[in-house]
Design a protein around this ligand. Structure first.
Ligand code: BG6
Length: 538
Protein backbone atom coordinates (compact mmCIF):
# COMPACT_ATOMS: atom_id res chain seq x y z
CA UNK A 1 0.00 0.00 0.00
CA UNK A 2 1.37 3.45 -0.82
CA UNK A 3 0.46 4.98 2.49
CA UNK A 4 1.92 7.63 4.78
CA UNK A 5 5.37 6.57 5.95
CA UNK A 6 4.35 5.78 9.56
CA UNK A 7 2.41 2.84 8.16
CA UNK A 8 5.39 1.45 6.26
CA UNK A 9 6.65 -0.57 9.21
CA UNK A 10 3.27 -2.30 9.49
CA UNK A 11 3.25 -2.94 5.76
CA UNK A 12 6.76 -4.43 6.00
CA UNK A 13 5.65 -6.73 8.85
CA UNK A 14 2.69 -7.85 6.77
CA UNK A 15 4.90 -8.55 3.76
CA UNK A 16 7.33 -10.52 5.86
CA UNK A 17 4.45 -12.61 7.28
CA UNK A 18 3.24 -13.30 3.76
CA UNK A 19 6.77 -14.27 2.73
CA UNK A 20 7.08 -16.64 5.68
CA UNK A 21 3.77 -18.21 4.79
CA UNK A 22 4.95 -18.60 1.20
CA UNK A 23 8.16 -20.26 2.24
CA UNK A 24 6.18 -22.68 4.38
CA UNK A 25 3.92 -23.43 1.43
CA UNK A 26 6.72 -24.44 -0.89
CA UNK A 27 8.21 -26.87 1.61
CA UNK A 28 9.70 -29.83 -0.28
CA UNK A 29 7.27 -32.32 1.27
CA UNK A 30 4.26 -30.20 0.51
CA UNK A 31 1.56 -31.89 -1.59
CA UNK A 32 1.42 -28.58 -3.49
CA UNK A 33 4.99 -28.70 -4.71
CA UNK A 34 4.80 -27.09 -8.15
CA UNK A 35 7.31 -29.22 -9.96
CA UNK A 36 5.69 -32.40 -8.66
CA UNK A 37 2.29 -31.30 -9.95
CA UNK A 38 3.73 -30.17 -13.25
CA UNK A 39 5.58 -33.40 -13.82
CA UNK A 40 2.25 -35.29 -13.88
CA UNK A 41 1.48 -36.33 -17.44
CA UNK A 42 5.07 -35.95 -18.57
CA UNK A 43 5.72 -39.02 -20.63
CA UNK A 44 8.60 -39.72 -23.03
CA UNK A 45 8.01 -37.97 -26.35
CA UNK A 46 9.68 -36.46 -29.38
CA UNK A 47 9.56 -32.71 -29.93
CA UNK A 48 9.89 -31.95 -33.64
CA UNK A 49 10.83 -28.37 -34.36
CA UNK A 50 10.18 -26.84 -37.77
CA UNK A 51 11.99 -23.55 -38.35
CA UNK A 52 14.75 -24.79 -36.13
CA UNK A 53 17.32 -22.32 -37.42
CA UNK A 54 15.04 -19.29 -36.97
CA UNK A 55 15.10 -16.46 -34.48
CA UNK A 56 12.22 -17.72 -32.32
CA UNK A 57 13.91 -21.10 -31.86
CA UNK A 58 17.11 -19.55 -30.60
CA UNK A 59 15.63 -16.74 -28.53
CA UNK A 60 12.67 -18.48 -26.94
CA UNK A 61 11.98 -22.12 -27.70
CA UNK A 62 15.36 -23.66 -27.00
CA UNK A 63 16.06 -21.57 -23.86
CA UNK A 64 12.61 -22.62 -22.61
CA UNK A 65 13.26 -26.32 -23.32
CA UNK A 66 16.68 -26.16 -21.70
CA UNK A 67 15.31 -24.40 -18.65
CA UNK A 68 12.65 -27.13 -18.31
CA UNK A 69 15.38 -29.72 -18.59
CA UNK A 70 17.40 -28.03 -15.84
CA UNK A 71 14.36 -28.04 -13.57
CA UNK A 72 13.81 -31.74 -14.21
CA UNK A 73 10.58 -30.95 -16.04
CA UNK A 74 11.33 -32.65 -19.31
CA UNK A 75 10.29 -36.28 -19.34
CA UNK A 76 12.98 -38.93 -19.45
CA UNK A 77 13.24 -40.10 -23.03
CA UNK A 78 12.57 -36.61 -24.39
CA UNK A 79 14.20 -35.89 -27.74
CA UNK A 80 14.33 -32.68 -29.75
CA UNK A 81 14.38 -33.32 -33.48
CA UNK A 82 15.00 -30.24 -35.60
CA UNK A 83 13.68 -30.20 -39.15
CA UNK A 84 15.15 -27.38 -41.21
CA UNK A 85 16.54 -26.41 -44.58
CA UNK A 86 20.14 -25.50 -43.77
CA UNK A 87 22.91 -28.00 -44.16
CA UNK A 88 23.78 -29.11 -40.64
CA UNK A 89 24.56 -32.24 -38.68
CA UNK A 90 23.35 -33.29 -35.23
CA UNK A 91 26.69 -32.13 -33.85
CA UNK A 92 26.83 -28.74 -35.57
CA UNK A 93 23.21 -28.02 -34.62
CA UNK A 94 23.96 -28.85 -30.97
CA UNK A 95 26.81 -26.33 -31.12
CA UNK A 96 24.42 -23.70 -32.56
CA UNK A 97 22.09 -24.28 -29.64
CA UNK A 98 24.93 -23.92 -27.18
CA UNK A 99 25.70 -20.53 -28.78
CA UNK A 100 22.07 -19.44 -28.44
CA UNK A 101 21.97 -20.46 -24.78
CA UNK A 102 25.10 -18.37 -24.21
CA UNK A 103 23.47 -15.42 -25.92
CA UNK A 104 19.84 -15.65 -24.81
CA UNK A 105 20.04 -17.51 -21.49
CA UNK A 106 23.50 -16.55 -20.25
CA UNK A 107 22.75 -17.51 -16.65
CA UNK A 108 22.26 -21.17 -17.65
CA UNK A 109 25.24 -23.55 -17.87
CA UNK A 110 26.24 -24.07 -21.50
CA UNK A 111 28.67 -26.86 -20.75
CA UNK A 112 29.06 -29.57 -18.12
CA UNK A 113 26.82 -32.57 -17.39
CA UNK A 114 23.49 -30.73 -17.51
CA UNK A 115 24.19 -29.32 -20.93
CA UNK A 116 25.58 -32.63 -22.18
CA UNK A 117 22.44 -34.44 -21.04
CA UNK A 118 20.20 -31.98 -22.88
CA UNK A 119 22.38 -31.78 -26.03
CA UNK A 120 22.67 -35.57 -26.33
CA UNK A 121 18.92 -35.71 -26.98
CA UNK A 122 19.05 -33.23 -29.89
CA UNK A 123 18.97 -34.41 -33.53
CA UNK A 124 18.83 -32.68 -36.89
CA UNK A 125 16.98 -33.70 -40.06
CA UNK A 126 17.85 -31.60 -43.08
CA UNK A 127 15.07 -31.08 -45.61
CA UNK A 128 13.09 -28.52 -47.50
CA UNK A 129 9.58 -28.15 -46.13
CA UNK A 130 8.01 -29.11 -49.46
CA UNK A 131 10.06 -32.28 -49.96
CA UNK A 132 8.00 -35.39 -49.09
CA UNK A 133 11.15 -37.53 -48.84
CA UNK A 134 12.32 -35.35 -45.94
CA UNK A 135 9.21 -36.36 -43.98
CA UNK A 136 9.87 -40.02 -44.71
CA UNK A 137 13.37 -39.57 -43.26
CA UNK A 138 11.85 -37.73 -40.30
CA UNK A 139 9.44 -40.63 -39.71
CA UNK A 140 12.35 -43.10 -39.82
CA UNK A 141 14.39 -41.03 -37.37
CA UNK A 142 11.43 -40.82 -34.99
CA UNK A 143 10.88 -44.58 -35.22
CA UNK A 144 14.56 -45.19 -34.37
CA UNK A 145 14.25 -42.94 -31.33
CA UNK A 146 11.04 -44.72 -30.28
CA UNK A 147 12.88 -48.03 -30.47
CA UNK A 148 15.93 -46.74 -28.56
CA UNK A 149 13.69 -45.39 -25.83
CA UNK A 150 11.21 -48.32 -26.20
CA UNK A 151 8.38 -45.78 -26.04
CA UNK A 152 5.11 -45.46 -27.96
CA UNK A 153 5.08 -42.91 -30.75
CA UNK A 154 4.29 -39.61 -29.13
CA UNK A 155 5.09 -36.57 -31.24
CA UNK A 156 4.75 -32.88 -30.67
CA UNK A 157 5.31 -30.92 -33.87
CA UNK A 158 6.14 -27.26 -33.35
CA UNK A 159 5.67 -24.99 -36.38
CA UNK A 160 7.97 -22.04 -35.72
CA UNK A 161 8.45 -21.22 -39.40
CA UNK A 162 7.21 -18.20 -41.31
CA UNK A 163 3.45 -18.73 -41.83
CA UNK A 164 3.73 -19.29 -45.58
CA UNK A 165 5.16 -22.75 -44.83
CA UNK A 166 2.40 -23.90 -42.47
CA UNK A 167 0.19 -25.45 -45.16
CA UNK A 168 2.89 -27.50 -46.84
CA UNK A 169 4.25 -28.78 -43.53
CA UNK A 170 0.77 -29.82 -42.36
CA UNK A 171 0.04 -31.53 -45.66
CA UNK A 172 3.36 -33.38 -45.70
CA UNK A 173 3.01 -34.51 -42.09
CA UNK A 174 -0.35 -35.97 -43.03
CA UNK A 175 1.02 -37.63 -46.18
CA UNK A 176 3.81 -39.27 -44.13
CA UNK A 177 1.22 -40.55 -41.63
CA UNK A 178 2.83 -38.59 -38.81
CA UNK A 179 -0.49 -37.06 -37.78
CA UNK A 180 -1.82 -40.41 -36.59
CA UNK A 181 -0.23 -41.96 -33.52
CA UNK A 182 0.07 -45.71 -33.38
CA UNK A 183 -1.14 -47.71 -30.39
CA UNK A 184 -3.13 -46.75 -27.32
CA UNK A 185 -0.47 -44.72 -25.59
CA UNK A 186 0.70 -42.80 -28.62
CA UNK A 187 -0.28 -39.27 -29.52
CA UNK A 188 0.48 -36.67 -32.12
CA UNK A 189 0.03 -32.95 -31.45
CA UNK A 190 0.86 -29.83 -33.37
CA UNK A 191 1.75 -26.41 -31.99
CA UNK A 192 1.28 -23.53 -34.41
CA UNK A 193 2.96 -20.20 -33.80
CA UNK A 194 1.29 -16.92 -34.53
CA UNK A 195 0.44 -15.27 -36.83
CA UNK A 196 -2.44 -17.66 -37.40
CA UNK A 197 -3.66 -16.13 -40.66
CA UNK A 198 -3.54 -12.49 -41.63
CA UNK A 199 -7.30 -11.92 -41.80
CA UNK A 200 -10.52 -13.88 -41.37
CA UNK A 201 -10.33 -15.55 -44.76
CA UNK A 202 -6.74 -16.77 -44.39
CA UNK A 203 -7.40 -17.97 -40.81
CA UNK A 204 -10.41 -19.96 -42.04
CA UNK A 205 -8.34 -21.39 -44.87
CA UNK A 206 -5.61 -22.49 -42.48
CA UNK A 207 -8.16 -24.06 -40.14
CA UNK A 208 -9.68 -25.83 -43.14
CA UNK A 209 -6.26 -27.18 -44.13
CA UNK A 210 -5.55 -28.36 -40.61
CA UNK A 211 -8.94 -29.99 -40.05
CA UNK A 212 -8.56 -33.08 -42.26
CA UNK A 213 -5.03 -33.79 -40.96
CA UNK A 214 -5.13 -32.93 -37.24
CA UNK A 215 -8.30 -33.08 -35.16
CA UNK A 216 -9.01 -29.96 -33.11
CA UNK A 217 -7.92 -31.65 -29.88
CA UNK A 218 -4.50 -32.28 -31.46
CA UNK A 219 -3.98 -28.60 -32.33
CA UNK A 220 -2.29 -26.10 -29.99
CA UNK A 221 -2.39 -22.53 -31.40
CA UNK A 222 0.11 -20.58 -29.39
CA UNK A 223 -0.33 -17.05 -28.12
CA UNK A 224 2.52 -16.63 -25.67
CA UNK A 225 0.56 -14.01 -23.69
CA UNK A 226 -1.60 -16.82 -22.34
CA UNK A 227 1.51 -18.41 -20.85
CA UNK A 228 2.27 -15.33 -18.76
CA UNK A 229 1.58 -15.81 -15.06
CA UNK A 230 -0.04 -12.41 -14.78
CA UNK A 231 -2.42 -13.10 -17.65
CA UNK A 232 -3.46 -16.35 -15.97
CA UNK A 233 -3.85 -14.45 -12.74
CA UNK A 234 -6.69 -12.41 -14.26
CA UNK A 235 -8.98 -15.42 -13.85
CA UNK A 236 -7.77 -16.05 -10.30
CA UNK A 237 -8.19 -12.43 -9.35
CA UNK A 238 -11.70 -12.38 -10.75
CA UNK A 239 -13.02 -15.74 -9.66
CA UNK A 240 -11.08 -16.63 -6.50
CA UNK A 241 -11.99 -13.36 -4.76
CA UNK A 242 -15.52 -12.66 -3.70
CA UNK A 243 -14.97 -8.90 -3.66
CA UNK A 244 -14.49 -8.26 -7.37
CA UNK A 245 -17.11 -10.32 -9.17
CA UNK A 246 -20.22 -8.51 -7.83
CA UNK A 247 -18.73 -5.21 -9.04
CA UNK A 248 -17.47 -6.50 -12.38
CA UNK A 249 -20.15 -5.04 -14.63
CA UNK A 250 -21.64 -1.91 -16.18
CA UNK A 251 -23.25 -0.84 -12.91
CA UNK A 252 -19.90 -0.20 -11.23
CA UNK A 253 -17.25 -0.06 -13.94
CA UNK A 254 -16.87 3.07 -16.02
CA UNK A 255 -14.32 1.90 -18.56
CA UNK A 256 -11.54 -0.60 -19.13
CA UNK A 257 -8.18 0.30 -20.64
CA UNK A 258 -5.76 -2.29 -21.99
CA UNK A 259 -2.28 -1.07 -22.90
CA UNK A 260 0.45 -3.06 -24.61
CA UNK A 261 3.34 -0.63 -24.82
CA UNK A 262 6.84 -1.49 -25.95
CA UNK A 263 9.93 0.68 -25.94
CA UNK A 264 11.54 -1.52 -28.56
CA UNK A 265 11.22 -0.91 -32.27
CA UNK A 266 11.19 -3.75 -34.78
CA UNK A 267 14.50 -5.31 -33.71
CA UNK A 268 15.76 -6.68 -37.01
CA UNK A 269 12.28 -7.98 -37.94
CA UNK A 270 11.48 -4.94 -40.09
CA UNK A 271 10.50 -7.00 -43.14
CA UNK A 272 8.05 -9.14 -41.15
CA UNK A 273 6.59 -6.26 -39.17
CA UNK A 274 6.24 -4.01 -42.20
CA UNK A 275 3.99 -6.61 -43.80
CA UNK A 276 1.73 -6.99 -40.76
CA UNK A 277 1.62 -3.89 -38.51
CA UNK A 278 0.79 -3.70 -34.81
CA UNK A 279 -2.92 -4.50 -35.18
CA UNK A 280 -2.16 -7.93 -36.65
CA UNK A 281 1.03 -8.52 -34.68
CA UNK A 282 -0.20 -7.67 -31.19
CA UNK A 283 -3.85 -6.55 -31.00
CA UNK A 284 -5.61 -9.40 -32.84
CA UNK A 285 -4.00 -11.91 -30.51
CA UNK A 286 -2.32 -10.67 -27.30
CA UNK A 287 -4.52 -7.66 -26.55
CA UNK A 288 -7.79 -9.40 -27.46
CA UNK A 289 -6.82 -12.41 -25.34
CA UNK A 290 -6.42 -10.11 -22.35
CA UNK A 291 -9.72 -8.44 -23.19
CA UNK A 292 -11.56 -11.77 -23.27
CA UNK A 293 -10.23 -12.73 -19.83
CA UNK A 294 -11.38 -9.40 -18.41
CA UNK A 295 -14.76 -9.61 -20.12
CA UNK A 296 -15.73 -13.28 -19.83
CA UNK A 297 -18.41 -14.87 -17.65
CA UNK A 298 -17.29 -17.39 -15.00
CA UNK A 299 -16.54 -20.67 -16.80
CA UNK A 300 -18.37 -23.77 -15.54
CA UNK A 301 -15.02 -25.46 -14.84
CA UNK A 302 -11.33 -24.97 -15.45
CA UNK A 303 -11.20 -27.32 -18.42
CA UNK A 304 -9.77 -26.02 -21.69
CA UNK A 305 -13.11 -25.99 -23.45
CA UNK A 306 -15.09 -24.44 -20.60
CA UNK A 307 -12.67 -21.49 -20.50
CA UNK A 308 -12.45 -21.15 -24.25
CA UNK A 309 -16.25 -21.30 -24.64
CA UNK A 310 -16.56 -18.21 -22.46
CA UNK A 311 -13.75 -16.38 -24.22
CA UNK A 312 -15.33 -16.97 -27.61
CA UNK A 313 -18.62 -15.54 -26.31
CA UNK A 314 -16.85 -12.30 -25.40
CA UNK A 315 -15.31 -11.98 -28.85
CA UNK A 316 -18.66 -12.65 -30.45
CA UNK A 317 -20.36 -9.87 -28.54
CA UNK A 318 -17.84 -7.18 -29.50
CA UNK A 319 -19.86 -4.83 -31.66
CA UNK A 320 -18.64 -5.15 -35.26
CA UNK A 321 -17.11 -1.99 -36.73
CA UNK A 322 -19.01 -0.50 -39.66
CA UNK A 323 -16.87 1.49 -42.10
CA UNK A 324 -17.77 4.83 -40.47
CA UNK A 325 -17.04 3.44 -36.98
CA UNK A 326 -13.48 2.76 -38.04
CA UNK A 327 -12.79 6.43 -38.67
CA UNK A 328 -14.36 7.37 -35.31
CA UNK A 329 -13.24 4.58 -33.01
CA UNK A 330 -9.76 3.68 -34.15
CA UNK A 331 -6.48 5.58 -34.38
CA UNK A 332 -3.35 4.58 -36.24
CA UNK A 333 0.15 5.88 -35.69
CA UNK A 334 3.69 5.45 -36.90
CA UNK A 335 6.75 6.65 -35.03
CA UNK A 336 9.18 9.16 -36.39
CA UNK A 337 12.64 9.93 -35.00
CA UNK A 338 12.71 10.71 -31.29
CA UNK A 339 14.61 10.03 -28.11
CA UNK A 340 14.37 7.59 -25.24
CA UNK A 341 12.85 9.40 -22.23
CA UNK A 342 14.91 7.29 -19.84
CA UNK A 343 18.38 7.47 -21.44
CA UNK A 344 18.09 10.37 -23.86
CA UNK A 345 19.42 8.11 -26.62
CA UNK A 346 18.37 9.24 -30.10
CA UNK A 347 16.01 6.79 -31.77
CA UNK A 348 15.43 6.39 -35.51
CA UNK A 349 12.01 6.75 -37.06
CA UNK A 350 10.22 3.61 -38.22
CA UNK A 351 10.92 4.38 -41.88
CA UNK A 352 14.62 4.52 -41.13
CA UNK A 353 14.64 1.07 -39.49
CA UNK A 354 16.48 -1.78 -41.18
CA UNK A 355 14.41 -3.76 -43.74
CA UNK A 356 11.50 -1.26 -43.59
CA UNK A 357 10.13 0.45 -46.70
CA UNK A 358 11.22 4.13 -46.44
CA UNK A 359 7.69 5.13 -47.60
CA UNK A 360 5.91 2.58 -45.43
CA UNK A 361 2.36 3.27 -44.29
CA UNK A 362 2.38 0.37 -41.78
CA UNK A 363 1.04 1.30 -38.35
CA UNK A 364 3.33 0.90 -35.34
CA UNK A 365 0.65 2.16 -32.95
CA UNK A 366 -3.06 1.45 -32.88
CA UNK A 367 -5.84 2.34 -30.49
CA UNK A 368 -9.44 1.18 -30.46
CA UNK A 369 -12.66 1.74 -28.60
CA UNK A 370 -14.47 -1.57 -28.43
CA UNK A 371 -18.02 -2.02 -27.23
CA UNK A 372 -19.21 -5.32 -25.76
CA UNK A 373 -22.88 -5.71 -26.48
CA UNK A 374 -24.04 -7.88 -23.62
CA UNK A 375 -25.83 -7.53 -20.30
CA UNK A 376 -22.68 -7.28 -18.22
CA UNK A 377 -20.82 -4.69 -20.29
CA UNK A 378 -23.42 -2.59 -22.14
CA UNK A 379 -22.17 1.00 -22.24
CA UNK A 380 -18.69 0.28 -20.84
CA UNK A 381 -16.01 1.18 -23.39
CA UNK A 382 -13.01 -1.15 -23.65
CA UNK A 383 -10.12 0.98 -24.82
CA UNK A 384 -7.19 -0.92 -26.26
CA UNK A 385 -3.87 0.62 -27.32
CA UNK A 386 -0.69 -1.04 -28.50
CA UNK A 387 2.47 0.47 -29.84
CA UNK A 388 6.16 0.16 -30.53
CA UNK A 389 8.77 2.70 -29.40
CA UNK A 390 6.54 4.18 -26.73
CA UNK A 391 7.76 5.96 -23.61
CA UNK A 392 7.74 2.98 -21.29
CA UNK A 393 7.44 -0.80 -21.55
CA UNK A 394 4.23 -1.87 -19.92
CA UNK A 395 1.36 -4.21 -20.48
CA UNK A 396 -1.42 -3.34 -18.11
CA UNK A 397 -5.15 -3.36 -17.61
CA UNK A 398 -6.86 -0.51 -15.82
CA UNK A 399 -10.36 -1.06 -14.56
CA UNK A 400 -11.78 2.33 -13.80
CA UNK A 401 -14.77 2.18 -11.46
CA UNK A 402 -17.56 4.75 -11.48
CA UNK A 403 -17.21 7.82 -9.29
CA UNK A 404 -19.16 7.97 -6.03
CA UNK A 405 -22.27 10.23 -6.09
CA UNK A 406 -21.64 13.96 -5.68
CA UNK A 407 -22.62 13.96 -1.99
CA UNK A 408 -20.82 13.66 1.35
CA UNK A 409 -17.05 13.48 0.88
CA UNK A 410 -17.26 14.25 -2.81
CA UNK A 411 -18.36 17.76 -1.84
CA UNK A 412 -15.46 18.43 0.55
CA UNK A 413 -13.00 21.18 -0.22
CA UNK A 414 -9.30 20.31 -0.54
CA UNK A 415 -10.16 16.71 -1.25
CA UNK A 416 -9.69 14.37 -4.17
CA UNK A 417 -12.40 11.75 -4.17
CA UNK A 418 -11.13 9.96 -7.27
CA UNK A 419 -12.91 6.94 -8.62
CA UNK A 420 -11.40 3.58 -7.65
CA UNK A 421 -9.00 2.05 -10.13
CA UNK A 422 -7.82 -1.53 -10.22
CA UNK A 423 -4.62 -1.87 -12.24
CA UNK A 424 -3.35 -5.27 -13.28
CA UNK A 425 0.31 -5.03 -14.26
CA UNK A 426 0.97 -7.86 -16.66
CA UNK A 427 4.59 -6.83 -17.23
CA UNK A 428 7.04 -5.66 -16.10
CA UNK A 429 6.79 -5.12 -12.33
CA UNK A 430 4.15 -7.85 -12.27
CA UNK A 431 1.35 -7.34 -9.78
CA UNK A 432 -1.84 -5.43 -9.16
CA UNK A 433 -2.90 -2.33 -7.32
CA UNK A 434 -6.17 -0.89 -6.11
CA UNK A 435 -6.62 2.83 -5.69
CA UNK A 436 -9.02 3.71 -2.89
CA UNK A 437 -9.84 6.91 -1.07
CA UNK A 438 -8.62 7.50 2.44
CA UNK A 439 -8.78 10.21 5.05
CA UNK A 440 -5.55 12.16 5.27
CA UNK A 441 -4.31 12.34 8.88
CA UNK A 442 -5.18 15.59 10.62
CA UNK A 443 -7.97 17.47 12.34
CA UNK A 444 -9.87 18.23 9.13
CA UNK A 445 -11.73 15.69 7.06
CA UNK A 446 -9.83 15.55 3.81
CA UNK A 447 -9.85 12.72 1.35
CA UNK A 448 -7.08 11.55 -0.95
CA UNK A 449 -6.48 8.46 -3.04
CA UNK A 450 -3.97 5.85 -1.82
CA UNK A 451 -2.78 2.70 -3.47
CA UNK A 452 -2.85 -0.89 -2.19
CA UNK A 453 -0.16 -2.68 -4.10
CA UNK A 454 0.57 -6.37 -4.62
CA UNK A 455 3.87 -7.28 -6.26
CA UNK A 456 4.64 -10.80 -7.36
CA UNK A 457 8.32 -10.33 -6.58
CA UNK A 458 7.59 -9.43 -2.97
CA UNK A 459 4.77 -11.82 -2.21
CA UNK A 460 6.12 -14.99 -3.79
CA UNK A 461 9.60 -16.38 -3.57
CA UNK A 462 9.41 -18.50 -6.72
CA UNK A 463 10.48 -16.77 -9.94
CA UNK A 464 8.00 -16.13 -12.73
CA UNK A 465 8.48 -18.75 -15.41
CA UNK A 466 8.90 -17.70 -19.02
CA UNK A 467 5.63 -18.01 -20.94
CA UNK A 468 7.14 -20.44 -23.46
CA UNK A 469 8.20 -22.83 -20.71
CA UNK A 470 4.69 -23.05 -19.39
CA UNK A 471 3.09 -23.45 -22.81
CA UNK A 472 5.50 -26.11 -24.04
CA UNK A 473 5.04 -28.02 -20.82
CA UNK A 474 1.26 -27.84 -21.16
CA UNK A 475 1.38 -29.09 -24.73
CA UNK A 476 3.53 -32.05 -23.67
CA UNK A 477 1.04 -32.79 -20.89
CA UNK A 478 -1.91 -32.42 -23.28
CA UNK A 479 -3.49 -29.43 -21.55
CA UNK A 480 -4.85 -27.02 -24.14
CA UNK A 481 -6.41 -24.47 -21.76
CA UNK A 482 -3.82 -21.83 -22.57
CA UNK A 483 -4.02 -22.25 -26.33
CA UNK A 484 -6.45 -20.68 -28.77
CA UNK A 485 -9.22 -22.78 -30.32
CA UNK A 486 -10.17 -22.51 -34.02
CA UNK A 487 -13.41 -20.60 -33.40
CA UNK A 488 -11.62 -18.25 -31.02
CA UNK A 489 -8.99 -17.29 -33.58
CA UNK A 490 -11.64 -16.80 -36.25
CA UNK A 491 -13.80 -14.70 -33.92
CA UNK A 492 -10.81 -12.43 -33.20
CA UNK A 493 -10.15 -12.03 -36.92
CA UNK A 494 -13.85 -11.33 -37.52
CA UNK A 495 -13.44 -8.24 -35.32
CA UNK A 496 -10.15 -7.05 -36.77
CA UNK A 497 -10.67 -7.76 -40.48
CA UNK A 498 -13.30 -5.04 -41.18
CA UNK A 499 -11.03 -2.56 -39.41
CA UNK A 500 -8.00 -3.59 -41.44
CA UNK A 501 -10.03 -3.45 -44.66
CA UNK A 502 -11.33 0.02 -43.83
CA UNK A 503 -7.82 1.25 -42.97
CA UNK A 504 -6.73 0.10 -46.42
CA UNK A 505 -9.56 2.06 -48.05
CA UNK A 506 -9.48 5.17 -45.86
CA UNK A 507 -6.78 7.71 -46.53
CA UNK A 508 -3.75 7.03 -44.38
CA UNK A 509 -2.96 9.55 -41.63
CA UNK A 510 0.08 11.70 -42.22
CA UNK A 511 2.83 9.39 -40.96
CA UNK A 512 4.97 9.67 -38.90
CA UNK A 513 2.58 11.11 -36.33
CA UNK A 514 4.35 10.44 -33.03
CA UNK A 515 7.98 10.69 -32.01
CA UNK A 516 9.76 7.55 -30.83
CA UNK A 517 9.84 7.61 -27.02
CA UNK A 518 6.46 9.35 -26.65
CA UNK A 519 3.03 7.96 -25.72
CA UNK A 520 1.74 7.75 -29.30
CA UNK A 521 -0.31 10.08 -31.46
CA UNK A 522 -2.38 12.82 -29.79
CA UNK A 523 -5.41 11.60 -31.73
CA UNK A 524 -5.62 8.53 -29.47
CA UNK A 525 -7.03 10.82 -26.76
CA UNK A 526 -10.05 11.57 -28.98
CA UNK A 527 -11.24 7.99 -28.53
CA UNK A 528 -11.85 8.52 -24.84
CA UNK A 529 -15.17 9.91 -23.76
CA UNK A 530 -15.67 13.11 -21.73
CA UNK A 531 -12.22 14.43 -22.50
CA UNK A 532 -10.59 11.73 -20.35
CA UNK A 533 -6.99 10.74 -21.06
CA UNK A 534 -5.25 7.42 -21.24
CA UNK A 535 -4.28 6.49 -17.73
CA UNK A 536 -0.52 6.71 -17.21
CA UNK A 537 0.51 3.09 -16.78
CA UNK A 538 2.06 1.72 -13.63
C1 BG6 B 1 5.20 -10.90 -30.32
C2 BG6 B 1 5.21 -9.83 -31.38
O1 BG6 B 1 4.12 -11.77 -30.52
O2 BG6 B 1 5.05 -10.27 -29.05
C3 BG6 B 1 6.33 -8.83 -31.13
O3 BG6 B 1 5.39 -10.44 -32.64
C4 BG6 B 1 6.22 -8.28 -29.73
O4 BG6 B 1 6.31 -7.79 -32.08
C5 BG6 B 1 6.12 -9.41 -28.73
O5 BG6 B 1 7.38 -7.50 -29.49
C6 BG6 B 1 5.84 -8.86 -27.34
O6 BG6 B 1 5.95 -9.92 -26.44
P1 BG6 B 1 6.38 -9.65 -24.94
O7 BG6 B 1 6.27 -10.98 -24.28
O8 BG6 B 1 7.77 -9.11 -24.99
O9 BG6 B 1 5.40 -8.65 -24.43
Amino acid sequence: MTVPSDSNAAADRLRSTIRDAQTADVDDDSPCDDNETLSEGLVPCRFVLFGATGDLTHRKIVPALYSLSLQGLLPDGFHLVAFARRDKTDESFREDLRTSIREFAPSQPSDGPQWDKFASGVYYVRSNFDDPSGYVRLAERLKELDIVGSTPDRRLFYLATPPEYFSQIIENLGAAGLNNPVGNDGWSRIIIEKPFGSDLESARKLNAQLGPVFKEDQVYRIDHYLGKETVQNILVLRFANQIFEPLWNQKYIDNVQITVAETLGVEGRGDFFDSVGIARDVVQNHALQVLTLIGMEPPVSLTADAIRDEKVKVLRCIKPFAFEDVANWTVRGQYGPGASPSTGEELPGYRQEEKVDPYSSTETFAAFRFQLDNWRWAGVPFYVQAGKRLAKRTTSVRIQFKAVPEVLFARLACSDVSANVLTIRIQPDEGASLEICSKTPGPNVRVHPVKMDFQYGESFSSPIRDAYERLILDAIRGDASLFARNDEVEAAWAIMTPILDAWRDLSCPLFPNYPAGSWGPEAANNLLRDGAVWMPPG
